[in-house]
Design a protein around this ligand. Structure first.
Ligand code: HMG
Length: 455
């Protein structure tokens, strides 16, 4: 059967940088280590004042098409995944296609264009749509362009403010892919949740602490569902496990629960069960305690004792040499880009995969035939887990990525500049962009820019 998967990938970061320990922390009166050690973030990317989800998406897609030598007629489908859309009717893919048609002779006249929304998991859902379209034989030999583009901004002084980010990931989904092929097996964990949402509003309403618990619960369910169809997942089965990364500290938690489930150390689990007087199996790779995941039958005191024992157990597991070695080899390499750019919402898990492959490339590791377990997540809430197989030609597709240089080249904002840029991107504040009076911090070169709606 023909393999389908990601043939090529390109990344475009917003061109501004907010330094969290050196700029954000002092302005907020916080300890810098809350960001670097607690959340695991060094910086966030921001769009310059002439950048938005269309320009970032179009620039990533253009770079991808140039690198792959593609023309518009090679593309049969363009899907944009975003939760930062500004148009409730016309999909962002049409704006991006319009930009690209300005630099190619051909048109995307016969490409099916759409926009996918389910918070951060929509990027993976768009890949699934493209996969299904190709597998169904409807693609007529053409490829799909999937673009995950977001400006992940929070209201100022929201606890989520430290986890902002902006950028786009463009991916080519094809038959006989040269980067990774996708498994037919998928697992889902899905429930109606209201911890992170934007009903008719620009910035999210977030119950941050609960959102962490919901992420873990849905991810646990997705892994169970995946194992139900693909068989047991073991730690040794996967070279890397890229997770959706709102901030690396979130992945630290998810990885520990995932590890516990994957090793299923029955002796340790029995010792824990003896200690806490009941079987903790239902919490493996998930949440415990109050809230919708709790059985509701425990007394408060019982629940506290239970929580304490379970936390001690998880802390002990985290300190084992085996866990530390696995985490350093399988998880940590997925976080290197995210640490410098923050949350890109729909693009985030695709940055995590790229980060891992890039590390393997730099270490000259032979990855062909190895498997990845990809954990995508979107608030609202849904997790999806699937496996991918690295292709023989993967290095060629990773070698030319310029993300390190892009990260290095960003303009480093002062806190006052950050506040002004945040205001420019805040649609609720009137901007003087159309009058051409707005400042910009970097100079665009040979790229798509937003120069106002008055064009
Ligand atoms: P907060 O209240 O600012 O931070 O909010 P905190 O006090 O909880 O501290 C964070 C961590 O830093 C903690 O570590 C602290 O102990 C540690 P933990 O206990 O969790 O391991 N810490 C320190 N460490 C070292 N030195 C210090 C120090 N101080 C504290 N001095 C919160 C954190 C995540 C709630 C906030 O950032 C937030 O609301 N973020 C936005 C929501 C979010 O990202 N949720 C993640 C799951 S939901 C998701 O991923 C979906 C999403 O991407 C959206 C979508 O799908 O569309 C968000």
């Amino acid at each position: 059967m023909t393999e389908v998967g990601i043939d090529a990938i390109e990344i475009w970061t917003g061109k501004l940088k907010l330094d969290l320990p050196n700029t954000f922390a002092p302005a907020k009166g916080e300890d810098p280590e809350k960001y670097t050690k607690g959340l695991g973030l060094n910086a966030s990317s921001f769009p310059d004042t002439y950048e938005d989800i269309v320009t970032m998406g179009a620039n990533a897609a253009h770079r991808l098409m140039e690198h792959e030598g593609l023309e518009p007629e090679d593309i049969g489908r363009i899907d944009v995944a975003t939760e930062s859309s500004f148009d409730n009717s016309k999909p962002v893919s049409t704006y991006i296609a319009g930009c690209l048609e300005g630099v190619y002779d051909g048109k995307f006249s016969h490409a099916n264009k759409g926009e996918r929304k389910f918070a951060c998991v929509a990027g993976t859902q768009s890949i699934d749509d493209a996969y299904n379209w190709i597998k169904a034989g409807r693609n007529r030999g053409r490829s799909a362009l999937v673009i995950a583009t977001d400006t992940a901004l929070y209201a100022r002084n929201d606890p989520g403010e430290a986890t902002q980010g902006a950028g786009a990931v463009a991916m080519l989904i094809s038959e006989d892919p040269e980067l990774v092929s996708l498994s037919t097996e998928q697992g889902y964990g899905s429930a109606d949740e209201t911890d992170f949402l934007k009903p008719n509003q620009q910035f999210p309403s977030v119950d941050g602490k609960r959102s962490v618990q919901v992420y873990l619960a849905r991810m646990r369910e997705a892994l169970e569902d995946f194992e139900g169809v693909a068989g047991r997942a073991r730690t040794e089965d996967f070279a890397y496990i890229p997770f959706h990364t709102p901030f690396p500290g979130m992945v630290r938690k998810a990885a520990l629960f995932g590890y516990r489930r994957m090793i299923r150390d029955t002796q340790q689990e029995e010792e824990l069960a003896d200690e806490i007087g009941r079987q903790p199996r239902e919490e493996a790779f998930g949440v415990s305690g109050q809230g919708p995941e709790s059985s509701g039958t425990e007394s408060h005191a019982d629940e506290e004792a239970y929580e304490e024992a379970l936390n001690e157990y998880m802390d002990g597991l985290k300190r084992t040499d085996a866990y530390q070695e696995w985490y350093g080899r399988v998880i940590d390499p997925t976080l290197t880009i995210s640490r410098e750019v923050g949350n890109w919402y729909t693009g985030s898990v695709h940055l995590a995969r790229t980060s891992a492959l890039r590390t393997a490339f730099e270490e000259d590791r032979d990855l062909a035939g190895e498997r990845l377990l990809v954990g995508s997540y979107g608030s609202g809430a849904q997790a999806e887990i699937h496996a991918e197989t690295v292709q023989d030609t993967w290095e060629r597709k990773i070698a030319d990525l310029t993300i390190d240089q892009q990260i290095e080249d960003r303009y480093d904002l002062s806190y006052e500049e950050y506040e002004r840029v945040h205001d420019v991107h805040n649609h609720d504040i009137e901007s003087d962009l159309d009058q051409g009076e707005i400042e910009q911090f970097t100079d665009p070169h040979g790229e798509f820019v937003f120069d106002g709606w008055g064009r």
